[in-house]
Design a protein around this ligand. Sequence first.
Ligand code: FES
Length: 269
Amino acid sequence: MRSRAQIKSHPIHPMLIVLPLGLLLGSWIFDLIGKATNNELLWAASYYCAITGIVAGFCAAIPGLIDWIGVVPPKSSGKNRGLLHGGLNVLVLVVFIVIAVHRTNAIAEPGGFELGLMTAAVIVLGISGWLGGTLAYRNQIGVDHRYANAGEFKERQLDSWERPACNQSELSEGQMMLVRVGGERVVVGRCSEGMVAFADHCTHKGGPLSDGALVGCTVQCPWHGSQFDVHTGRVIAGPAKSKIDVYDLEVRGGEVYITPRKETQPKAA
Ligand code: FES
């Protein structure tokens, strides 16, 4: 899904992570070589790499957090993976802070304690980087998809179900729009038989259907390819086994109104 912290569709988080990654790894490598060669200059280089790497790490975390909150679909495997990814990165930064404080000055010789902790932190950094890769390359967080005729990713926030989600002229056949309303994520789309609305939640692992492909009256999840009938929610192809939620909608004067499902309908006053 298109990143919220982006510049012309280029997500900022992956642009920034190269800095802490390079600096923290550099700090570890300088210390290893400095220790082996008894070189004060390398100890100092390691120290300053660690300090700048910590600052850069917290800066890189900000756009990552924005995307985790606003882009990664709720109740999905990606949400859990993102939480673990962020948690491990914070742990790494805390470890480097502890090491920097413990060293007291730039040219202090690193001891076994610092080198051991740093090595463990670098291993954790590798695991966290792997998870980040899965988020980017499998879950496609931050990817601005362009399917045939789908146009740009469209998204809208409604403050009430009474408001129109869109005008039907905004969507051509095969196009979808993510509508956030009443704490739910609903996809409004135009299939070959007219306007439809369904939950933006694949029943396999919570993938965002608004970011998938709508062909005919079938939507395909971008994560593992499950396909659903957008009228009935029925599974056409797995790995998903359960149907998706579908919504009734009404078109009045060209405006498209979504009817909330019974369990989310506002209570009468
Ligand atoms: S999340 Fe796996 S197919 Fe949708």
